[in-house]
Design a protein around this ligand. Structure first.
Ligand code: ZN
Length: 505
């Protein structure tokens, strides 16, 4: 390695440290910080963000990248150094296009809007949050303009989150999904009585739930020596480096799914971070490939593993010991069916596998409409409620369980939601490949052996960090670019069996 590449890595290491210090502050804000800390915390995060951005987007980094190009020209595409230079250059060019003032404004706007969103959600009062969302839409528009785009402003934002995918391509994928899901939802609704989930609402001691969830995700492979679990309004995973990847969960006495499946979901993200190659630490490559690929891991563990029959054959006996009262008279088959109940619901994070992508579809559409100006923020609740009615067939009683439910619009960044649907598709595509190579997967899960699955994922996905775009990664792991087919086949088979219908065919 030459002195130039060495120097580049030094600067990137410092940038990573600044970002991780910001992450610790953000984690504290969501978990333990008193409400009075908001203004000070906004200043601190803004300052860190500005220093990190100016350090990264400096002329020096540009000169070093140019020099490093020659150093890595002969290296293989997937080598650490060639990938580092390639991906850093992409980030660098995007960062250079964003004026420093705009970066600072974005950090500040996000931090200020978050508690307002929380209050608005608690009071089901959209008008409190509306001015902040208006500002966030405006900031997204300024980001898109600064980055530049050929066709639609969303393309510019999407290129930052899911590089290699366009808004038009996503619309095609969503259309394919919609055609498959809508008849499946209708089939399932006709046979709604086939699955009874009342057991999930019998009342489960919150402390026991939180403890059980943490023990369970540790068995899946979440390394607690390098992590911890706390409570927050909206569950999330946040990494400070390979040695400290934290998750949060939330808990409801009245609804069992929230805590356990929330914890498994976040542990999926956390295991991804914990599995990124150590040699990539303190570089822009130490991360997931994209939000979509990240989400594939949370949802693979949450749904394809955590909501499988084999999984509950293993865990149900211990769950029953933890909640003997609530689970009285319920066997593992009934419980497995209950956690897979499908019904159109208001809340995205509680949506079942079948209806979930419809929640994402409407957010994708609404973000585009707000960004392109065809939808005014003040008209958003009305548009939201109409879309819920159209896609899911249900009425929204108030904005708290409608347009205000997600934290995402309190942050500035749009184009994050599509990652959730891409995650479902990528997860199913990986699982199809895994089942081909590991025919005894269900047997292993039933015996509580999660090591081989985790090892497969570490080898094909996690260790590469951010070296590859989503399509590059999927080509390497499965031989195909991202496709909707495996997921459609998976839900048709699973929910066809659960609901005793030729579901969706
Ligand atoms: Zn997630």
């Amino acid at each position: 390695m030459t002195g130039k590449l060495e120097r580049l890595k030094e600067i990137l290491g410092e940038v990573a440290d600044l970002n991780r210090a910001g992450a610790v502050l953000a984690w504290d804000q969501e978990t333990f910080m008193p409400p009075g800390g908001v203004e000070n915390r906004a200043d601190q995060l803004t300052t860190l963000e500005r220093i990190s951005h100016s350090r990264f987007a400096s002329d020096e980094v540009g000169v070093l990248l140019d020099a490093a190009d020659g150093d890595v020209a002969q290296l293989p595409f997937d080598s650490d150094d060639a990938s580092l230079v390639r991906v850093t250059r992409r980030d660098y060019e995007q960062a250079r296009k964003l004026p420093l003032d705009l970066v600072g404004e974005i950090a500040r706007a996000g931090t200020i809007a978050r508690p307002v969103w929380q209050k608005a959600r608690e009071e089901a009062n959209f008008s409190l949050f509306a001015p902040y969302l208006e500002r966030n839409v405006e900031l997204n528009r300024r980001v898109a303009d600064a980055l530049g785009y050929k066709k639609r402003p969303y393309d510019a934002l999407l290129d930052r989150t899911e590089p290699g995918l366009s808004t038009d391509q996503l619309e095609e994928i969503f259309t394919e999904l919609k055609q498959a899901i809508v008849p499946l939802v209708a089939d399932v609704a006709r046979n709604a009585d086939a699955v009874d989930d009342s057991v999930l609402h019998r009342g489960f001691d919150p402390d026991v739930q939180v403890r059980y969830a943490l023990e369970l995700v540790t068995k899946l492979g979440y390394d607690i020596e390098r992590g911890r679990q706390d409570l927050s309004t909206h569950p999330f995973t946040i990494p400070f480096g390979p040695g400290d990847v934290r998750i949060t969960t939330r808990v409801s006495r009245e609804f069992f799914n929230e805590c356990l499946f929330g914890s498994i979901h976040e542990a999926g993200h956390a295991m991804y971070y914990q599995g990124v190659g150590k040699s990539l630490d303190r570089t822009p490559l130490w991360d997931g490939a994209s939000p979509g690929v990240h989400e594939s891991q949370s949802r693979l563990w949450e749904n394809m593993v955590g909501r499988s029959a084999a999984f509950w054959r293993h865990f149900y006996p211990s769950l029953r010991r933890a909640f003997p009262e609530a689970l009285k008279g319920v066997d593992e088959e009934q419980f497995f069916r209950a956690v897979n109940k499908s019904y159109p619901s208001l809340i995205r994070v509680e949506a079942d596998e079948v209806t979930y992508n419809l929640h994402i579809l409407m957010r994708f559409e609404l973000e585009n409409e707000m960004l392109e100006g065809s939808l005014k923020v003040r008209d958003l609740p009305e548009a939201w409620n109409a879309r819920v009615k159209e896609y899911l067939g249900i009425e929204v009683p108030n904005d708290s369980v409608g347009v205000l439910q997600d934290i995402h619009w309190s942050w500035v960044d749009f184009a994050v939601f599509p990652g959730y649907t891409l995650g479902n598709l990528i997860g199913a595509q990986l699982m199809e490949k895994i089942r081909g190579e590991m025919p005894d997967l269900d047997g292993q899960i039933e015996r509580g052996e999660f090591g081989p699955l985790l090892k497969w994922l570490q080898g094909r996905v996690y260790q590469h960090g951010r070296k590859f775009t989503p399509n590059e990664l999927m080509e390497r792991a499965t031989g195909k670019p991202v496709s909707a087919e495996p997921w459609i086949a998976y839900v048709r088979e699973k929910f066809g069996a659960l609901y005793g219908a030729k579901a969706g065919r």
